[in-house]
Design a protein around this ligand. Structure first.
Ligand SMILES: Nc1nc2c(ncn2[C@@H]2O[C@H](COP(=O)(O)OP(=O)(O)OP(=O)(O)O)[C@@H](O)[C@H]2O)c(=O)[nH]1
Ligand SMILES: [Mg+2]
Length: 488
């Protein structure tokens, strides 16, 4: 029986036990959630670039990135057949809100409602990207006394209930004490503690790291890998990658008109263009003969940032990108968006069942703790047994053990362990560090070698206790791979 089957069974049993109690609805909701897309929250401090990044992931400018009221409300973006916006209120029935789109940007009309009155907004939007994942935009985490920040804490680190998010993409511009505090609290749950399995770190606004210079992304990659290697950070997130979110958002929503405007800059002599782009002020006000109004220039800066304008015009000039489509593709690549999407896909989407089951079992455990009823002990034992025995959870536990430094050994052995149990993605080629097009025969040979190696390590009396336990999990991962390979 798969982990999903076992989880469904536990949920059905718990529903039997709690039928007719106030918990029944919560449990039924959990059951439904197993069939819905994975829920990923985007979180981080104020102005970290959360909403901009969310838009880049959706491919549309849905989340507000200005200073409007709506930036202070937790907002869900989910796929659906119709376009609609609902407001969930603290003390009243949900209501539909009016909305409009202006220049591609979604503008939600709160009417007479104030941000404080709204518990959360749910935006239903037919969009390809939202089929696999429901995204949740959250107000910036700052002081706990601030109402908007409190909403984010209540959503992701609630006191009594489970969090409705299965995973989080956490944005940081550098590591702040507030980031550490939040991520610790987010991971303070039972299945594997502390567990970075459901958190990815993003070094955001990466273009600003080297003040917009063309080599900004290279500097950002160095900063991100230093940050990701820091033991404190490794304990909290699986990986840290840099992204220039604004550039990513603009790349996926680029217009022909914008490309036309950039061409005017690209057509200047190189020294002239460089001078024009020395600063944002200069870009807005010098060279009036260029054929761009001040408004157009300001709007280019808002959409691309100085770095983006430099990069895009350089690519147009050098012919790296000839058409708007080429330019959009190049900019998306250079912004780090594609890397983030790959990471999300290997760490979250491919593991969605495991993450969803993890959320569900944690939530059932929470209900079982809150109220004991006849029969609830038996369900608790079952939850315990699934959590302790399901192989995907064992992999997650070992992974978090490696990340938090409990499992230690020779560097290359630990690195291999991390990969074999799925730390860099769950597919066989990722676990075996082979190219994605490696033939089955090669994968089988590599998996067989890995199996032998890990069996030996598991049985070696000189292996530390923790590593031996981890090695047994790796053995099981290799056996799983071989079984899958022989099936296909
Ligand atoms: N240069 C640059 N600016 C960015 C980037 N990402 C966001 N910004 C700008 O930073 C400001 C804040 O961006 P948002 O996406 O609204 O940030 P947020 O984290 O959602 O902010 P709050 O919800 O208000 O906490 C906006 O003016 C964005 O245009 C980036 O990658 N590079
Ligand atoms: Mg925001």
């Amino acid at each position: 029986m798969t982990l999903m089957d076992r989880t469904r069974m536990v949920l059905a049993r718990s529903l039997d036990v709690y039928r007719g109690t106030p918990y029944a609805e919560r449990l039924a909701g959990l059951h439904e959630r197993l069939d819905q897309p994975l829920r990923v929250a985007v979180a981080g401090r104020v102005k970290a670039g959360k909403s901009t990044l969310l838009n880049a992931l959706v491919g549309e400018r849905l989340a507000p990135t200005d200073a409007g009221e709506c930036t202070r409300i937790v907002t869900w973006y989910e796929d659906g057949h119709t376009y609609q916006v609902r407001a969930h209120l603290d003390n009243a029935a949900p209501r539909q809100l009016r909305f409009a789109r202006e220049n591609g940007q979604l503008d939600i009309d709160l009417g007479e409602l104030k941000a404080e009155d709204v518990k959360e907004l749910v935006v239903t939007w037919p969009a390809q990207a939202l089929r696999a994942v429901t995204l949740v935009d959250t107000p910036g985490i700052g002081s706990l006394t601030e109402a908007a920040s409190r909403r984010t804490w209540d959503l992701l680190v609630p006191e009594e209930e489970e969090t409705p998010a299965d995973a989080v993409v956490y944005l940081m511009r550098h590591l702040h004490a507030g980031d550490v505090e939040f991520l610790r609290a987010f991971h303070d749950s039972e299945v594997s503690r502390p567990s970075p399995v459901n958190a990815i770190g993003v070094l955001s606004r990466a273009d600003e790291i080297a003040v917009g210079r063309l080599d900004s992304m290279a500097s950002a990659r160095r900063v991100a890998s230093r940050l990701g290697a820091d033991p404190n950070v490794r304990r909290l997130v699986q990986s840290v990658i840099p992204i220039a979110g604004l550039l990513a958002e603009t790349a996926v929503t680029l217009t022909e008109e914008e490309v036309g405007q950039l061409r005017l800059v690209a057509d200047l002599e190189v020294p002239d263009a460089e001078e024009l782009l020395l600063s944002a002020d200069r870009f807005v006000s010098s060279r009036p003969e260029l054929g761009l109004t001040e408004l157009e220039r300001t709007s280019l800066l808002d959409r691309f940032g100085v770095f983006g304008v430099r990069l895009a015009t350089t690519m147009l000039r050098r012919g790296v990108a000839g058409t708007a489509t080429d330019l959009a593709r190049e900019l998306a690549e250079r912004s780090g968006l594609n890397d983030l999407q790959d990471l999300l896909s290997s760490l979250f989407f491919e593991r969605r069942d495991v993450l969803k089951c993890r959320s569900a079992l944690l939530a059932v455990a929470e209900v079982l703790r809150a109220r004991t009823l006849p029969g609830s002990d038996a369900v608790a034992a079952e939850v315990e047994s699934v959590v302790a025995s399901a192989h995907p959870f064992n992999e997650l536990r070992v992974l978090s053990g490696v990340r938090s430094g409990w499992v230690s050994g020779k560097e290359e052995v630990v690195a291999e362990l991390e990969r074999v149990i799925g730390g860099a993605g769950g597919l066989a080629h990722q676990r075996l560090r082979l190219p994605s097009d490696a033939p089955g025969k090669e994968l089988t040979a590599a998996a067989t070698d890995a199996l032998t190696r890990w069996q030996r390590r598991a049985e070696n009396p000189l292996t530390t206790y923790e590593l031996a336990v981890a090695a047994r999990v790796a053995v099981r991962s290799c056996e799983g791979m071989l079984a899958d390979l022989s099936r296909h």
